[in-house]
Ligand binder design. Structure first.
Ligand code: NAD
Length: 232
C-alpha cells in the first residue's frame, strides 16, 4: 500500500487487529479475548460495581500480558510513517502500549490504556506497571491523603470515549483516513469513516477480512496488517 502521501493530512485509526500479530487476542474473532466472560460482566461500569474483583482480575491478566508481547511490523511501519509524514494523527481503539513501544510518539488512546490506572476518587491516572501493581489485589492511588482504590483506566461499554473533540476535529480536517484492524462494530470509532468521507477525505481500509462497514471505504486492502503496511 502506498502511503507516501506528501503534503497530505493523514489520520490513522487502529483496532485490535493491528496487535493480533503480536499475539494480543482481538475482540470478536473466534478465539476472542472475552473467553468465557460476557462483555456485560467484565467491561461495563455496572460490572465494576457488582463484582469488582472479577473485573479487576480480567484486566490484571491483560495488564500482565503487556509484559510478554512485543510490537510487530505493523506498529513499526506506522512509527516510521509518523517520522516521515508532515501531518499524521494516530488514534487507537487499543488499550495496549504497542504503538508507543513500536516508536510512535503521539498516540490518542480513545478507549483508555492498560498501563495506567485511575483513582476512583479524583480520577487522576498513574502509570502502575510495577510488579506490586500486577498482582491479584486492588491497587491504591498516590494522589489522595487516604489512598483510594484505583480502577482500570479503560473506557467501558456505556462510557464516553476519550479526547473525542480532538478526534472529530482531526478526522474532519484530514485528506486521507486509514483504518487498520477494526471490525467496525464499536461506535463512535466505526462511524469516523463516514465523517471523513463526508468531508472529502480519501478513506482506506486494511483488515484481515471485509468488516461490517467495509463498503464505506474508497480503497480496501484485505490481509495481515504487518504484511500490507510493509510490502505495499
Ligand atoms: P475487533 O476485535 O472487533 O476486530 C478486529 C479486526 O481485526 C477484525 O475485523 C479482524 O478480522 C481484524 N484482524 C485480525 N487480525 C488481523 C491482522 N493481522 N491484520 C489486520 N486485521 C486483522 O476489534 P476493534 O474493532 O478494535 O474493537 C474492539 C474493541 O476492543 C476496541 O474497543 C478495543 O478497545 C478493544 N480491544 C483492544 C485490544 C488491544 O488493545 N490490543 C484487544 C482486543 C480488544
Amino acid at each position: 500500500m502506498d502511503i507516501s502521501m506528501k503534503g497530505k493530512k493523514i489520520v490513522i485509526l487502529t483496532g485490535a487487529g493491528i496487535s493480533a500479530e503480536s499475539g494480543v487476542k482481538t475482540f470478536r474473532d473466534n478465539d476472542g479475548l472475552w473467553e468465557n466472560h460476557r462483555i456485560e460482566d467484565v467491561a461495563t461500569p455496572e460490572a465494576w460495581i457488582k463484582d469488582p474483583m472479577l473485573v479487576w482480575r480480567f484486566y490484571q491478566a491483560r495488564r500482565n500480558q503487556l509484559l510478554e508481547v512485543e510490537p510487530n511490523p505493523a506498529h513499526l511501519a506506522l512509527a516510521d510513517l509518523e517520522s516521515k509524514a508532515e501531518s499524521l494523527t494516530l488514534i487507537t481503539q487499543n488499550v495496549d502500549d504497542l504503538h508507543e513501544r513500536g516508536g510512535s510518539e503521539s498516540v490518542i488512546h480513545m478507549h483508555g490504556q492498560l498501563r495506567t490506572l485511575r483513582c476512583e476518587n479524583t480520577h487522576q491516572t498513574e502509570v502502575r506497571m510495577d510488579k506490586k501493581d500486577l498482582g491479584e489485589n486492588f491497587v491504591y492511588c498516590n494522589c489522595c491523603s487516604e489512598p483510594s482504590r484505583m480502577r482500570p483506566d479503560i473506557v467501558w461499554f456505556g462510557e464516553i470515549p476519550m479526547e473525542m473533540d480532538k478526534i472529530y476535529q482531526s478526522v474532519e480536517d484530514c485528506d486521507v483516513f486509514i483504518v487498520i484492524g477494526s471490525s467496525g462494530h464499536v461506535y463512535p470509532a466505526a462511524g469516523l469513516v463516514n465523517l471523513a468521507n463526508s468531508n472529502g477525505a480519501h478513506s482506506i481500509l486494511v483488515n484481515y477480512e471485509l468488516p461490517i462497514n467495509g463498503s464505506d471505504f474508497d480503497e480496501v486492502h484485505i490481509g495481515k496488517a504487518g504484511e500490507i503496511l510493509n510490502n505495499g
